[in-house]
Design a protein around this ligand. Structure first.
Ligand code: FES
Length: 486
């Protein structure tokens, strides 16, 4: 289940950190946000080191649909109401500037990365969404975006209405990342285990730096910052199809089960099936997309499928800026929702300006210390409820489904000798048994049959069926139970 980006790019590998170092800045995380921030700092003569636990671009950057847009679902009408016009205008300007900045860097560095300027559309097939699409077009235009309401699209099905943003873009994220990483100081296979004041400790050595940037998708330090209490994670799924007609732009459905579409080369990326991480025990998300593809584009042929994970903040706006008021030299970039590529550039621009002592006129709306009561309270209570539910599950008895009843290739929670454990039966009928207690804060994990993974409903950590960590904020693997007798 490799994305087409991974299938079409080879990125050089970098050494592991083996000796203590010092630098002006250290970036934790070698995804798009981390590499772009390091690129901008290095361009401004700030000596910067990137520490990546695995390989650069191997996290969510390889799974994105790689749209570069200021169009982030229906957001501008809501932001104007919840944040006020000034802050909503900052959000619009920051994201429009990010599109232009990608273009500038690609031209300056002469990067061949399938960069194409295209319009982006939000659409709905439901008549009852027309008013909110019209309101979104009005709100976006008020904030300076070249936006219009339309009923004309190139989609292979009819729509009730759509919002079109002009001058947006799409690209190949790994081809871009690979080029801007050249010339940076990067260490791979170097997992950070703790951070204290100006020192970052890895499993093998430490780095001291004046500035420390957390670009780790989900911050793994619980306190200060308490990001686990103000974000949750969601998953979504993508098919790459051949045989579909070319679209004029990028599309996102705003109705329930709306589909995201964009072309890459001679393929169509066809995405959807969103759900909160840890809430897909019934599975069927890829099947849902395949059924929709068959309905809308019956002549198409699937050539790849993969999934992505996104962090969602309480008010839907990323947290970019100072990590916490108690650690002035730490910075964070997280909570990008489904808009990771544009938000990565916004983060790099804001955090590099902060470190360089330059004022960024669009930073305030992203400040992690903000709290907008009307937008945040409801989501905070929902997220807290989810955490309590996840913790409470451990004290209830679950159906005593016996491991031997599992079909080959399936998994589930069973009780063995009074203990709840996660069991996966592989194709050879071998049982893989792991603890289902999340090592982050102890919530009970749920089985995700689409990915054959154990997913946490509280803050979104994920593990493969062998218990290996896939997604943070957890930092360790699951406890494994010896299956040599099975
Ligand atoms: Fe926080 Fe699992 S990710 S408890």
């Amino acid at each position: 289940m490799e994305s087409i980006w991974t299938q079409t790019t080879e990125i050089q590998s970098y050494d592991k950190l083996t000796e203590d170092m010092t630098a002006d800045a250290v970036v934790i995380g070698g995804g798009m946000a981390g590499i772009l921030t390091a690129y901008k700092l290095t361009q401004n003569n700030i000596d910067t080191i990137v520490l990546e636990a695995s390989r650069i671009g191997s996290g969510q950057t390889k799974n994105t649909t790689a749209k570069i847009t200021s169009q982030h679902d229906i957001i501008y009408s809501r932001l104007t109401e919840d944040f006020g016009e000034d802050l909503a205008r900052q959000y619009a300007a920051a994201n429009e500037n990010a599109i232009r900045e990608y273009k500038r860097i690609i031209e300056k560095e002469n990067i061949d990365c399938n960069f194409e300027e295209k319009p982006a559309y939000l659409y709905s097939q439901n008549q009852q969404d027309v008013k909110r699409l019209q309101d979104e077009a009005d709100a976006a235009r008020e904030l300076g975006i070249d936006a219009e309401y339309t009923t004309e699209t190139h989609l292979p099905f009819s729509v009730a209405g759509a919002v079109k943003f002009n001058n947006q873009a799409q690209f190949h994220p790994l081809k871009f990342l690979k080029e801007i990483a050249k010339g940076l100081t990067i260490f791979e296979d170097t997992r950070v285990i703790k951070v204290e004041e100006d020192t970052v400790f890895t499993e093998t050595a430490k780095v001291r730096a004046k500035h420390i940037i957390f670009a780790t998708h989900f911050p793994f330090i619980n306190a200060p910052g308490f990001y686990f209490a103000r974000m949750h994670q969601e998953r979504s799924y993508v098919l790459a199809l051949k045989g579909a007609a070319k679209l004029d732009g990028m599309y996102l459905g705003v109705d329930d089960d709306g589909i995201s579409l964009r072309n890459f080369d001679d393929m169509l990326l066809f995405g959807g099936g969103n759900h909160r991480t840890g809430e897909n025990s019934a599975g069927g998300k890829y099947d849902f997309l395949r059924a929709k593809a068959k309905e809308f584009i019956p002549q198409s042929k699937e050539i790849a499928c993969w999934s992505a994970q996104d962090c969602i903040t309480l008010d839907g706006v990323p947290y970019i800026g100072q990590y916490s008021s108690s650690v002035l030299n730490w910075y964070v970039a997280t909570g990008f929702a489904k808009w990771g590529m544009t938000s990565s550039m916004v983060s790099a621009m804001i955090i590099s300006d902060m470190i360089l002592g330059r004022e960024n006129p669009n930073a305030e709306v992203f400040s992690p210390s903000r709290f907008t009561p009307s937008a945040s309270t409801k989501t905070f209570i929902e997220d807290l409820g989810q955490t309590v539910k996840g913790l409470a599950r451990q004290f209830f008895t679950f159906p005593d489904e016996k491991a031997e009843r599992l079909r080959a290739g399936s998994g589930g929670i069973v009780e063995i000798a009074g203990e709840k454990v996660g069991v996966y039966k592989d194709e050879e009928h071998k049982l893989h048994i792991v603890s289902v207690k999340c090592p982050h804060l102890g919530c009970q994990l749920e089985w995700n049959p689409d990915e054959k993974s154990w997913d946490c409903p509280c803050h979104g950590s994920r593990f493969d069926y062998r218990g290996n960590l896939i997604d943070n904020p957890a930092q360790t693997n699951l406890e494994r139970i010896d299956t040599s007798q099975s």
